[in-house]
Each structure stands twice: as C-alpha cells, then as structure tokens.
Design a protein around this ligand. Structure first.
Ligand code: NAD
Ligand code: UFG
Length: 341
C-alpha cells in the first residue's frame, strides 16, 4: 500500500488515480486545508475503487505512528504542503512549519516504522533564477526568492542529510516544472479553494466568466514576446512520472533527483492564444508590471528522467488546455465547447 500525503490535492489526486489504475492500494492522508473530500468520490468514480482516507495533519507524529501501525505501507509519496508564493511571504512560519516541519515529522515516523521509500513533491523553484536553459539536475540550486521556495529547498536538504546518515533510505526528489491540465474525463482537476495565483486556474476562471480579465505580469522580459516563459506539463504526465520514479526507487538506495518537465517553454501569450484556439473563447487581458519574484524563463532538460526512468511527457500544450477547460466546464456546468482530442 502507498501512502500519499496531500493526496486529496491537485497533484496527489492524479497520482492516486494513476497508482490505483495500475493496481496499487492507496491510502491518502490530508487535512483538507486546500482540497475537498469530494475528490475521493471522483477518484472512486474513475477507478471503480475508493482510496483509503485519513483526515489529519502530516505534522501529527502520533497520527503518523498509528497509520504506519495500522496499514501495510511500503512507500510514501509526500505531496502535502502549502504552495502559494505570496502567502508564504506573509506567513513564512506557517510555510516552514508545514513544508519543512511536516517533512521532518514524516521522515521520523517512517524511520520509526521501518519504511524507507519516499518520493517528494519538490519544485523547479529550487533552481532560483538559472541563467542557462534548459535546466538539468546538475544545475546548482539557487536562492529561491520567497519562503515557499526556500522551504522546498530546505526540505530537500533535510532529506539529503538523512540519506547520507542512513543508507536504508531510497528517496526521490521530483522537481516539478509547471503542472497544468486535468484528467481527460473532465471529472478530476485542480479545484482552487481561494483566488488562484497560478496562470492556468486564473485564466480558466476568466474564460468561464468568474473573473473579468487575466493580468499578464510583465511584457518586457527578454523572451520572444516579452512575457514569462515556463515549461507547462500535463498533470497526468506528471502522475505517470511518479509511478515510474516509485518503481525505480524499489530497486535503488540513496537520493535521486529528477526533473519532471517537457523540455518545451511557452510564454504567457502563447498559452493564452493556444487556449483561445482550443476553447473558442476570447480571454480579456490586462497588461501589468512584473510580479515580484518572477523569473523570465524556466524550462527543463528532462533527459535524466527519460534515461533513468524511461519516462517522458507526451501530452501537448493543446491537450493540457483542452483537458483543463473540460474540467472547468464540468465544475461550473458551463456550456460544452468543441475540444481537441
Ligand atoms: P494542493 O494544495 O492542491 O495539494 C496539497 C494538499 O496537501 C492539499 O490537499 C492540502 O489540503 C494538503 N495539505 C496541506 N498541508 C497539509 C498538512 N499539514 N497535513 C496534511 N495535508 C496537508 O497542491 P498541489 O498543486 O497538488 O501540490 C502538491 C505538492 O506539489 C505541494 O507540496 C506543492 O508545493 C508541490 N508543487 C506544486 C506545484 C504546482 O504548480 N502545483 C509545482 C511544484 C511543486
Ligand atoms: N502569470 C500571469 N498572470 C497570472 C498568473 C501568472 O501573467 O495571473 C505569469 C507569471 O508571471 C509567469 C507565468 O504566468 O510568467 C507562470 O506563473 P505561475 O504562477 O503559473 O507559475 P510560476 O512559474 O510562477 O510557479 C509555479 C508554481 C510554483 C512552482 C513553479 C515551478 O506556482 O509553486 O511553478 O516552476 F515552484
């Protein structure tokens, strides 16, 4: 059985679905601070099975000890965390407590229970403002410009030290680039509980009429059209990457870092135009100044994951946007629109 912390959230739920579809049993631990219990019903509808669920906090050591005593957990995928960059600037202690403290507590409970296989939801943010593209795993980690990014880097370093001290560990640090999209059924996707910070969820809310316009943050970057360029990756490709990484960890010890990205960069305007084409909906834009802490460009070299895991992202930007829009339409029962296959 695989324990997924934060498994009711956006990425964890897609990972749970993918693992269950290949026959694994999944137990989700989530305090639902940024997700909904109904996600469990959606996973059950799509897989025909219900994941196990414990409502609780990953920082609660006593609860973790009970979970490891009660369930035959072989490995943990640690997605639980806080992820809003702006909020992390306002409430840094909450971010360090959850993202670093939660990781330490989880690792302590795992070691106590004799479970040494761990996949961690890290982020390309640990590279900071890297000058050369694409970014491979040998690029030095940078100086993340906000407490969220710092907390991811600190958590990575905690796990690296831990692995150095005890060779029984098999740890995978998965550095996600920009996950977007949804399950192609339109029944599972990202469901923000408050105003979205990220490009795609905000754009979807504009397209579905919940918000007036999309702010484009900065049009004077050194990029082809002046707007920020990112490596957007379909959440189902990301989920498949977790399954492959977990398989690899079963056969090797130590700490392993893998970028999960496509290797392709798209600007904000390219994403907007591709979305308009896919959905047939025009997205009103307001050009604003640069967002504090943003970098101009960021895309992965995904070669290491290909050679070591046999994984590469295969879904196109159009597919990511079509699936995301199908999910948004489902969420708001908006009128169906033609979608690419
Ligand atoms: P999400 O907010 O949808 O999911 C996180 C889940 O963790 C939520 O269900 C939340 O309720 C739960 N959670 C938070 N604190 C918890 C706690 N103390 N105890 C138990 N559960 C807790 O976010 P996501 O997009 O699915 O991200 C998952 C992980 O991937 C996070 O660690 C995030 O930092 C990381 N990440 C996300 C992105 C992205 O763009 N979405 C990019 C890079 C890394
Ligand atoms: N952007 C806008 N308008 C918006 C939101 C974003 O123009 O309303 C722009 C940003 O300026 C940036 C691009 O869209 O150029 C992508 O921004 P996101 O907020 O969607 O994503 P980030 O690249 O800033 O960060 C995301 C996650 C981080 C993660 C990182 C990894 O939020 O948690 O990807 O690359 F670490």
């Amino acid at each position: 059985m695989i324990l997924i912390t934060g498994g009711a959230g956006y990425i964890g739920a897609h990972v749970a679905l993918e693992l269950m579809n290949q026959g694994d049993d999944v137990l989700i631990l989530d305090n639902l601070c940024n997700s909904y219990r109904s996600t469990l019903d959606r996973i059950a509808t799509l897989t025909g099975r219900r994941p196990g669920f414990v409502l609780g906090d990953v920082r609660n050591r006593a609860l973790l000890d009970t979970i490891f005593a009660d369930y035959p957990i072989e490995a943990v995928i640690h997605c639980a965390g806080l992820k809003a960059v702006g909020e992390s600037v306002r409430e840094p202690l909450r971010y360090y407590d959850t993202n670093v403290g939660g990781t330490v507590t989880l690792c302590q409970a795992m070691a106590h229970a004799g479970v040494f296989t761990l996949l961690f939801s890290s982020s390309a943010t640990v590279y900071g403002d890297c000058l050369t593209m694409p970014i491979d795993e040998t690029c030095a980690t940078g100086q993340p410009t906000n407490p969220y990014g710092q907390s991811k880097l600190m958590a990575e370093n905690v796990m690296k030290s831990m692995v150095c001290s005890d060779e029984r560990w098999s740890v995978g640090l998965l550095r996600y680039f920009n996950p977007i999209g949804a399950h192609r059924s339109g029944l599972l996707g990202e469901a923000p509980t408050s105003t979205p910070n990220n490009l795609l969820p905000y754009l979807l809310q504009v397209a579905s009429g919940q918000r007036a316009a999309l702010s484009v943050f900065g049009r004077d970057y050194e990029t082809p059209d002046g707007t920020g360029v990112r490596d957007y990756i379909h959440v189902m490709d990301l989920a498949e990457g977790h399954v492959k990484a977990l398989d690899a960890l079963r056969h090797q010890h130590g700490v392993h870092v893998w970028n999960l990205g496509t290797g392709m960069g798209y600007s904000v305007l390219e994403v907007v135009r591709a979305f308009e084409k896919v959905s047939g909906i025009s997205v009103p834009l307001v050009f604003e100044g640069r967002r504090a802490g943003d970098i101009a460009r960021c895309w992965a070299d995904p070669e290491k994951a290909l050679s070591e895991l046999g994984w590469s992202a295969r879904r196109s930007l159009e597919r990511m946007l079509a699936d995301a829009w199908r999910w948004e339409c489902h969420l708001h029962e908006a009128k169906a629109v033609p979608l690419v296959s």
